[in-house]
Design a protein around this ligand. Structure first.
Ligand code: PLP
Length: 398
Protein backbone atom coordinates (compact mmCIF):
# COMPACT_ATOMS: atom_id res chain seq x y z
CA UNK A 1 0.00 0.00 0.00
CA UNK A 2 1.17 3.54 -0.69
CA UNK A 3 1.21 5.95 2.23
CA UNK A 4 -1.97 7.56 0.85
CA UNK A 5 -3.74 4.21 0.74
CA UNK A 6 -2.55 3.45 4.26
CA UNK A 7 -4.04 6.73 5.50
CA UNK A 8 -7.36 6.09 3.78
CA UNK A 9 -7.38 2.62 5.28
CA UNK A 10 -6.97 4.13 8.75
CA UNK A 11 -9.91 6.50 8.21
CA UNK A 12 -12.18 3.54 7.45
CA UNK A 13 -11.99 2.25 11.00
CA UNK A 14 -10.72 5.03 13.25
CA UNK A 15 -13.20 7.60 14.56
CA UNK A 16 -12.47 10.92 12.94
CA UNK A 17 -11.68 13.06 16.00
CA UNK A 18 -8.47 14.45 14.54
CA UNK A 19 -7.76 16.22 11.26
CA UNK A 20 -4.47 14.41 10.93
CA UNK A 21 -1.54 15.66 8.90
CA UNK A 22 -1.03 13.61 5.74
CA UNK A 23 1.80 11.45 6.98
CA UNK A 24 2.08 7.99 8.50
CA UNK A 25 5.10 7.31 10.66
CA UNK A 26 6.92 4.05 10.75
CA UNK A 27 9.86 4.37 13.13
CA UNK A 28 12.09 6.77 14.99
CA UNK A 29 15.79 7.11 15.65
CA UNK A 30 17.40 9.67 17.92
CA UNK A 31 15.57 12.96 17.37
CA UNK A 32 14.16 11.97 13.98
CA UNK A 33 11.13 10.12 12.65
CA UNK A 34 10.73 8.21 9.38
CA UNK A 35 7.47 7.83 7.47
CA UNK A 36 6.34 4.63 5.77
CA UNK A 37 7.99 5.77 2.54
CA UNK A 38 11.33 6.31 4.25
CA UNK A 39 11.32 10.12 4.37
CA UNK A 40 13.13 11.56 7.39
CA UNK A 41 11.73 14.29 9.68
CA UNK A 42 13.47 16.25 12.42
CA UNK A 43 11.12 15.98 15.37
CA UNK A 44 10.47 19.19 17.32
CA UNK A 45 7.06 17.96 18.44
CA UNK A 46 8.18 14.83 20.36
CA UNK A 47 4.71 13.28 20.37
CA UNK A 48 3.47 16.50 22.04
CA UNK A 49 6.20 16.78 24.66
CA UNK A 50 6.21 13.05 25.40
CA UNK A 51 9.36 11.67 23.78
CA UNK A 52 11.77 13.67 25.93
CA UNK A 53 14.56 11.17 25.26
CA UNK A 54 13.84 10.94 21.54
CA UNK A 55 13.70 7.43 20.09
CA UNK A 56 15.72 4.39 21.22
CA UNK A 57 17.71 6.27 23.82
CA UNK A 58 20.52 4.00 25.08
CA UNK A 59 19.26 1.74 27.86
CA UNK A 60 15.57 2.72 27.63
CA UNK A 61 14.38 -0.04 25.28
CA UNK A 62 16.34 -2.69 27.18
CA UNK A 63 14.75 -1.70 30.48
CA UNK A 64 11.30 -2.09 28.92
CA UNK A 65 12.16 -5.36 27.20
CA UNK A 66 13.51 -6.96 30.33
CA UNK A 67 10.39 -5.92 32.25
CA UNK A 68 8.20 -7.47 29.53
CA UNK A 69 10.07 -10.72 30.01
CA UNK A 70 9.34 -10.62 33.75
CA UNK A 71 5.83 -9.16 34.15
CA UNK A 72 3.83 -6.48 32.35
CA UNK A 73 0.73 -6.24 34.52
CA UNK A 74 -0.32 -7.09 38.03
CA UNK A 75 -3.33 -5.73 39.88
CA UNK A 76 -3.05 -2.87 42.33
CA UNK A 77 -4.28 -5.39 44.90
CA UNK A 78 -0.62 -6.45 45.10
CA UNK A 79 2.74 -4.73 45.38
CA UNK A 80 5.19 -4.54 42.48
CA UNK A 81 8.80 -3.44 42.63
CA UNK A 82 8.96 -1.14 39.57
CA UNK A 83 6.08 0.92 41.07
CA UNK A 84 7.84 1.39 44.36
CA UNK A 85 11.06 2.38 42.57
CA UNK A 86 9.27 4.79 40.23
CA UNK A 87 7.38 6.25 43.19
CA UNK A 88 10.54 6.77 45.21
CA UNK A 89 12.22 8.57 42.31
CA UNK A 90 9.19 10.76 41.59
CA UNK A 91 8.96 11.77 45.25
CA UNK A 92 12.67 12.53 45.37
CA UNK A 93 12.56 14.61 42.18
CA UNK A 94 9.51 16.59 43.31
CA UNK A 95 10.13 16.86 47.03
CA UNK A 96 6.45 15.99 47.51
CA UNK A 97 5.14 13.16 49.63
CA UNK A 98 2.97 10.50 47.93
CA UNK A 99 2.32 9.50 44.32
CA UNK A 100 -0.58 7.76 42.58
CA UNK A 101 0.17 6.48 39.08
CA UNK A 102 -2.43 6.84 36.33
CA UNK A 103 -2.59 5.93 32.63
CA UNK A 104 -2.80 9.45 31.27
CA UNK A 105 -2.73 13.15 32.02
CA UNK A 106 -6.46 13.57 32.17
CA UNK A 107 -6.71 10.80 34.77
CA UNK A 108 -4.00 12.50 36.82
CA UNK A 109 -6.19 15.62 36.83
CA UNK A 110 -9.24 13.59 37.90
CA UNK A 111 -7.25 12.23 40.81
CA UNK A 112 -5.93 15.65 41.78
CA UNK A 113 -9.45 17.12 41.80
CA UNK A 114 -10.75 14.22 43.86
CA UNK A 115 -7.89 14.62 46.33
CA UNK A 116 -8.70 18.32 46.72
CA UNK A 117 -12.43 17.72 47.21
CA UNK A 118 -11.72 14.93 49.68
CA UNK A 119 -9.31 17.15 51.64
CA UNK A 120 -12.03 19.74 52.20
CA UNK A 121 -14.61 17.06 52.97
CA UNK A 122 -12.33 15.40 55.52
CA UNK A 123 -11.32 18.64 57.20
CA UNK A 124 -14.49 20.72 57.08
CA UNK A 125 -17.26 18.14 56.67
CA UNK A 126 -20.02 17.69 54.13
CA UNK A 127 -22.11 20.52 55.63
CA UNK A 128 -19.45 23.12 54.83
CA UNK A 129 -20.06 22.49 51.10
CA UNK A 130 -16.49 23.48 50.45
CA UNK A 131 -16.25 22.14 46.89
CA UNK A 132 -15.54 25.06 44.56
CA UNK A 133 -12.58 24.94 42.23
CA UNK A 134 -10.98 27.91 40.53
CA UNK A 135 -9.34 27.24 37.17
CA UNK A 136 -7.75 29.58 34.60
CA UNK A 137 -9.01 30.89 31.30
CA UNK A 138 -7.15 29.36 28.33
CA UNK A 139 -6.00 26.44 30.47
CA UNK A 140 -5.95 22.88 29.21
CA UNK A 141 -6.25 19.95 31.61
CA UNK A 142 -7.63 17.09 29.51
CA UNK A 143 -10.71 15.57 27.89
CA UNK A 144 -12.42 13.50 30.57
CA UNK A 145 -15.41 15.12 32.26
CA UNK A 146 -13.63 16.40 35.38
CA UNK A 147 -10.56 17.63 33.53
CA UNK A 148 -12.80 19.19 30.89
CA UNK A 149 -14.73 21.00 33.62
CA UNK A 150 -11.56 22.91 34.60
CA UNK A 151 -10.37 23.49 31.03
CA UNK A 152 -10.68 27.17 30.20
CA UNK A 153 -11.74 26.93 26.57
CA UNK A 154 -15.48 27.29 26.10
CA UNK A 155 -15.78 25.40 22.81
CA UNK A 156 -14.11 22.29 24.28
CA UNK A 157 -16.61 22.28 27.17
CA UNK A 158 -19.91 23.42 25.71
CA UNK A 159 -21.09 20.31 23.80
CA UNK A 160 -20.63 18.17 26.93
CA UNK A 161 -22.34 20.31 29.53
CA UNK A 162 -23.46 20.00 32.24
CA UNK A 163 -19.97 19.23 33.53
CA UNK A 164 -19.01 18.99 37.19
CA UNK A 165 -20.39 21.86 39.24
CA UNK A 166 -18.65 24.46 41.30
CA UNK A 167 -15.95 25.46 38.81
CA UNK A 168 -15.11 29.13 38.33
CA UNK A 169 -12.64 30.68 35.92
CA UNK A 170 -10.10 33.43 36.52
CA UNK A 171 -7.39 34.99 34.38
CA UNK A 172 -3.93 33.43 34.32
CA UNK A 173 -1.24 35.75 35.71
CA UNK A 174 -3.91 37.99 37.25
CA UNK A 175 -4.02 37.47 41.00
CA UNK A 176 -6.85 39.95 41.52
CA UNK A 177 -9.11 38.01 39.17
CA UNK A 178 -8.42 34.85 41.20
CA UNK A 179 -9.15 36.65 44.47
CA UNK A 180 -12.45 37.82 43.02
CA UNK A 181 -13.56 34.18 42.57
CA UNK A 182 -12.67 33.00 46.07
CA UNK A 183 -15.50 32.29 48.49
CA UNK A 184 -15.74 30.36 51.76
CA UNK A 185 -16.60 27.37 49.59
CA UNK A 186 -13.34 27.34 47.59
CA UNK A 187 -11.43 24.08 47.99
CA UNK A 188 -8.85 24.21 45.20
CA UNK A 189 -7.08 26.37 42.64
CA UNK A 190 -5.69 24.62 39.60
CA UNK A 191 -3.26 26.04 37.05
CA UNK A 192 -0.55 25.05 34.64
CA UNK A 193 2.81 26.60 35.46
CA UNK A 194 3.44 27.22 31.77
CA UNK A 195 0.17 27.17 29.83
CA UNK A 196 0.69 24.78 26.92
CA UNK A 197 -2.29 24.30 24.63
CA UNK A 198 -3.47 27.81 25.47
CA UNK A 199 -0.47 29.31 23.66
CA UNK A 200 2.77 28.84 25.69
CA UNK A 201 2.31 31.37 28.47
CA UNK A 202 4.77 31.05 31.36
CA UNK A 203 3.43 32.03 34.78
CA UNK A 204 4.82 35.15 36.40
CA UNK A 205 6.65 34.59 39.66
CA UNK A 206 4.45 37.05 41.57
CA UNK A 207 1.36 35.22 40.34
CA UNK A 208 2.48 31.83 41.65
CA UNK A 209 3.73 33.35 44.89
CA UNK A 210 0.42 35.17 45.28
CA UNK A 211 -1.52 31.94 44.72
CA UNK A 212 0.61 30.17 47.31
CA UNK A 213 -0.03 32.87 49.92
CA UNK A 214 -3.74 32.93 49.15
CA UNK A 215 -4.00 29.15 49.45
CA UNK A 216 -2.06 29.12 52.72
CA UNK A 217 -4.28 31.82 54.22
CA UNK A 218 -7.52 30.06 53.29
CA UNK A 219 -6.41 26.43 53.46
CA UNK A 220 -7.09 25.96 49.74
CA UNK A 221 -5.36 23.13 47.85
CA UNK A 222 -3.04 24.52 45.18
CA UNK A 223 -2.79 22.18 42.18
CA UNK A 224 -0.08 22.66 39.58
CA UNK A 225 -0.58 20.83 36.29
CA UNK A 226 2.94 19.88 35.18
CA UNK A 227 1.77 17.43 32.54
CA UNK A 228 3.36 19.35 29.67
CA UNK A 229 5.88 21.68 31.33
CA UNK A 230 7.21 19.06 33.77
CA UNK A 231 9.81 16.32 33.53
CA UNK A 232 12.73 18.54 32.59
CA UNK A 233 11.16 20.58 29.83
CA UNK A 234 11.98 23.91 31.47
CA UNK A 235 15.38 22.75 32.71
CA UNK A 236 13.96 21.66 36.08
CA UNK A 237 12.18 18.44 36.85
CA UNK A 238 9.08 20.51 37.44
CA UNK A 239 8.59 24.07 36.26
CA UNK A 240 7.41 25.24 39.70
CA UNK A 241 10.86 24.41 41.06
CA UNK A 242 12.33 27.24 39.00
CA UNK A 243 9.93 29.64 40.77
CA UNK A 244 10.44 28.21 44.24
CA UNK A 245 6.68 27.88 44.70
CA UNK A 246 5.54 24.43 45.78
CA UNK A 247 2.04 23.10 45.11
CA UNK A 248 -0.04 20.94 47.45
CA UNK A 249 -0.82 18.61 44.57
CA UNK A 250 0.96 18.18 41.25
CA UNK A 251 -0.01 16.30 38.13
CA UNK A 252 2.40 14.90 35.56
CA UNK A 253 2.18 12.62 32.54
CA UNK A 254 3.45 13.17 28.95
CA UNK A 255 7.25 12.78 29.37
CA UNK A 256 7.01 10.89 32.67
CA UNK A 257 7.47 7.57 30.88
CA UNK A 258 8.92 9.02 27.65
CA UNK A 259 6.50 7.07 25.45
CA UNK A 260 4.55 4.59 27.57
CA UNK A 261 1.09 5.64 28.77
CA UNK A 262 1.66 6.80 32.33
CA UNK A 263 0.79 9.80 34.46
CA UNK A 264 0.68 10.56 38.15
CA UNK A 265 -0.77 12.87 40.70
CA UNK A 266 1.53 13.63 43.57
CA UNK A 267 0.45 14.95 46.94
CA UNK A 268 2.41 17.05 49.37
CA UNK A 269 2.33 16.09 53.04
CA UNK A 270 -0.72 18.18 53.91
CA UNK A 271 -2.89 16.79 51.11
CA UNK A 272 -1.60 13.24 51.61
CA UNK A 273 -2.46 13.29 55.31
CA UNK A 274 -6.12 14.22 54.88
CA UNK A 275 -7.48 13.11 51.52
CA UNK A 276 -7.69 9.83 49.65
CA UNK A 277 -7.87 6.60 51.64
CA UNK A 278 -8.61 2.98 50.65
CA UNK A 279 -11.88 2.86 48.73
CA UNK A 280 -11.67 6.46 47.49
CA UNK A 281 -9.74 5.95 44.28
CA UNK A 282 -8.38 3.19 42.11
CA UNK A 283 -7.24 2.06 38.70
CA UNK A 284 -6.77 -1.30 37.02
CA UNK A 285 -3.76 -0.49 34.84
CA UNK A 286 -2.34 2.56 36.62
CA UNK A 287 1.23 2.10 37.75
CA UNK A 288 1.65 -1.39 36.39
CA UNK A 289 5.16 -2.88 36.34
CA UNK A 290 5.67 -2.23 32.63
CA UNK A 291 5.02 1.52 32.66
CA UNK A 292 6.74 1.97 36.01
CA UNK A 293 9.88 0.24 34.72
CA UNK A 294 9.91 2.96 32.06
CA UNK A 295 9.38 5.77 34.60
CA UNK A 296 12.12 4.39 36.81
CA UNK A 297 14.55 4.13 33.88
CA UNK A 298 13.68 7.64 32.70
CA UNK A 299 14.66 9.07 36.10
CA UNK A 300 17.91 7.06 36.04
CA UNK A 301 18.78 8.39 32.59
CA UNK A 302 17.91 11.97 33.58
CA UNK A 303 20.30 11.67 36.53
CA UNK A 304 23.14 9.80 34.81
CA UNK A 305 23.16 11.90 31.67
CA UNK A 306 22.42 15.27 33.28
CA UNK A 307 19.39 15.94 31.10
CA UNK A 308 18.27 18.95 33.18
CA UNK A 309 21.69 20.61 32.93
CA UNK A 310 21.67 19.97 29.18
CA UNK A 311 18.32 21.76 28.79
CA UNK A 312 19.54 24.69 30.91
CA UNK A 313 22.78 24.90 28.92
CA UNK A 314 21.17 24.85 25.49
CA UNK A 315 18.15 27.05 26.21
CA UNK A 316 19.93 30.39 25.60
CA UNK A 317 21.09 29.12 22.21
CA UNK A 318 17.58 28.00 21.22
CA UNK A 319 16.08 31.29 22.42
CA UNK A 320 18.67 33.36 20.60
CA UNK A 321 18.00 31.53 17.33
CA UNK A 322 14.22 31.90 17.71
CA UNK A 323 14.54 35.58 18.63
CA UNK A 324 16.46 36.08 15.39
CA UNK A 325 13.39 34.79 13.52
CA UNK A 326 11.25 37.37 15.30
CA UNK A 327 13.64 40.07 14.07
CA UNK A 328 13.84 38.72 10.55
CA UNK A 329 10.26 37.72 9.65
CA UNK A 330 7.31 40.13 10.04
CA UNK A 331 4.93 37.13 10.36
CA UNK A 332 6.80 36.02 13.50
CA UNK A 333 5.50 38.57 15.98
CA UNK A 334 6.99 37.34 19.24
CA UNK A 335 8.57 34.46 21.14
CA UNK A 336 7.35 33.13 24.47
CA UNK A 337 8.43 30.19 26.56
CA UNK A 338 10.70 28.56 29.06
CA UNK A 339 13.46 26.05 28.34
CA UNK A 340 12.50 23.62 25.61
CA UNK A 341 8.87 24.71 25.65
CA UNK A 342 8.81 27.59 23.19
CA UNK A 343 6.15 29.33 21.15
CA UNK A 344 6.36 31.72 18.21
CA UNK A 345 3.39 34.03 17.78
CA UNK A 346 2.38 34.05 14.11
CA UNK A 347 0.68 37.03 12.49
CA UNK A 348 -0.76 37.49 9.01
CA UNK A 349 -0.95 33.82 8.13
CA UNK A 350 -2.24 30.68 9.80
CA UNK A 351 -0.03 28.54 12.01
CA UNK A 352 -1.44 25.51 10.22
CA UNK A 353 -0.01 26.65 6.91
CA UNK A 354 3.47 26.92 8.43
CA UNK A 355 3.19 23.58 10.18
CA UNK A 356 2.18 22.01 6.85
CA UNK A 357 5.10 23.60 5.00
CA UNK A 358 7.49 22.51 7.75
CA UNK A 359 6.21 18.95 7.39
CA UNK A 360 6.96 19.07 3.66
CA UNK A 361 10.43 20.38 4.53
CA UNK A 362 11.04 17.47 6.91
CA UNK A 363 10.40 19.25 10.20
CA UNK A 364 7.74 18.42 12.77
CA UNK A 365 6.36 21.34 14.75
CA UNK A 366 2.86 21.84 16.16
CA UNK A 367 0.46 24.62 16.99
CA UNK A 368 -0.79 25.88 20.36
CA UNK A 369 -3.89 28.02 20.62
CA UNK A 370 -4.97 29.78 17.45
CA UNK A 371 -1.80 31.68 16.55
CA UNK A 372 1.20 30.04 18.18
CA UNK A 373 3.76 27.73 16.61
CA UNK A 374 4.89 25.38 19.35
CA UNK A 375 8.33 23.80 19.71
CA UNK A 376 8.60 21.00 22.27
CA UNK A 377 11.56 18.93 21.03
CA UNK A 378 13.14 15.93 22.72
CA UNK A 379 15.27 17.21 25.61
CA UNK A 380 18.32 15.50 24.12
CA UNK A 381 18.61 17.68 21.00
CA UNK A 382 22.01 19.18 20.19
CA UNK A 383 23.05 22.57 18.78
CA UNK A 384 23.19 20.91 15.37
CA UNK A 385 19.55 19.88 15.68
CA UNK A 386 18.63 23.46 16.58
CA UNK A 387 20.53 24.77 13.54
CA UNK A 388 18.81 22.24 11.30
CA UNK A 389 15.41 23.15 12.77
CA UNK A 390 16.02 26.85 12.13
CA UNK A 391 17.07 26.18 8.54
CA UNK A 392 13.95 24.10 7.86
CA UNK A 393 11.69 26.54 9.67
CA UNK A 394 13.09 29.48 7.70
CA UNK A 395 12.28 27.65 4.47
CA UNK A 396 8.73 27.26 5.78
CA UNK A 397 8.40 30.91 6.82
CA UNK A 398 9.79 32.43 3.64
C1 PLP B 1 -1.73 16.99 27.51
C2 PLP B 1 -2.18 17.68 28.72
C3 PLP B 1 -3.17 17.14 29.56
C4 PLP B 1 -3.94 15.88 29.22
O1 PLP B 1 -3.12 14.75 29.15
P1 PLP B 1 -3.65 13.44 28.38
O2 PLP B 1 -2.56 12.42 28.63
O3 PLP B 1 -3.81 13.78 26.95
O4 PLP B 1 -4.92 13.04 29.02
C5 PLP B 1 -3.48 17.82 30.72
N1 PLP B 1 -2.84 18.95 31.05
C6 PLP B 1 -1.88 19.49 30.28
C7 PLP B 1 -1.20 20.73 30.71
C8 PLP B 1 -1.53 18.89 29.09
O5 PLP B 1 -0.60 19.44 28.30
Amino acid sequence: MSMNEQMNHAEESILHTYNRFPVMFDHGEGCCLYDTEGKKYLDFAAGIAVNALGYHYPGYDDALKSQIDKLTHISNLYYNEPMSEAGEKLIKASGLSKAFFTNSGTEAIEGALKAARKYSYTKYGKEAGRFEIIAMNHSFHGRSMGALSVTGTEHYREPFEPLIGGVKFADFNDLESVKAQITDKTCAIITEVVQGEGGIYPAQKEFLEGLRTLCDEKDIILIFDEIQCGMGRTGYYFAWQSYGVQPDVMTCAKALGCGVPVGAFVLGEKAAAASLVPGDHGTTYGGNPFVCAAVSKVFDIFEQDNILAHVQELTPYLEEKLDALVDKYPIVAARRGKGFMQGLVIEGTTVGSIVTKALANGLLVISAGSDVLRLVPPLVITKEHIDEMIEKLEKSLA
